[in-house]
Write a protein that binds this ligand. Structure first.
Ligand code: FES
Ligand code: FES
Length: 162
């Protein structure tokens, strides 16, 4: 059987992978590389539980064929994000704001929140809602999640003025 070979920058490190054509990025991450922080819920691109950041954009990895990502693609998963300052601030803020109930959506929420704060460090409530629009939570009603992102943003340094 033919095999796809790729070398990506995964969580800041060069990683070589081989997988069958058509394999989903989520399966490469979870099953081949053991990065089980990204979750699978709907498996249809609807809930955001499997969100990772690819070349600075949040994407749902459950419907993304891994072979579509060329050599050199930069991928950031929740495992890489939680090592970064903004990622740690987000995780702490989610806990403090009481935004974690069953927790299943939370890795994807934190990934999307991180992507949002990377582009907009002081987002409005509207911008947070838009940034997290692709992530579903069946437990919390979103109010505490929005509060968590606000709290994390309040602890990040103000963006530098040019
Ligand atoms: S598991 Fe990927 S979007 Fe729901
Ligand atoms: S905390 Fe349960 S789905 Fe969000």
């Amino acid at each position: 059987m033919s095999t796809v070979k790729r070398t990506w920058i995964l969580n800041g490190k060069s990683v070589a992978v081989r997988f069958p054509p058509g394999r989903r990025l989520l399966d490469v991450l979870r099953e081949d590389l053991g990065l089980i922080g990204s979750k699978e819920s709907c498996g249809e691109g609807e809930c955001g539980a499997c969100t990772v950041i690819v070349d600075n954009e949040p994407v749902v990895s459950c419907i993304l064929p891994a072979g579509q990502l060329p050599d050199g693609t930069e991928i950031l998963t929740i495992e890489g994000i939680e090592k970064k300052r903004a990622g740690r601030l987000l995780q702490q803020a989610y806990i403090e704001a009481g935004a974690v109930q069953c927790g299943f959506c939370i890795p994807g929420m934190v990934v999307s929140s991180y992507a949002l704060l990377s582009k907009n460090p002081k987002p409005s409530v509207k911008a947070i809602r838009e940034g997290l629009a692709g992530n579903l939570c069946r437990c919390t009603g979103y109010t505490k999640i929005i509060a968590a992102v606000k709290l994390a943003a309040s602890r990040l340094p103000a963006p530098k003025r040019k």
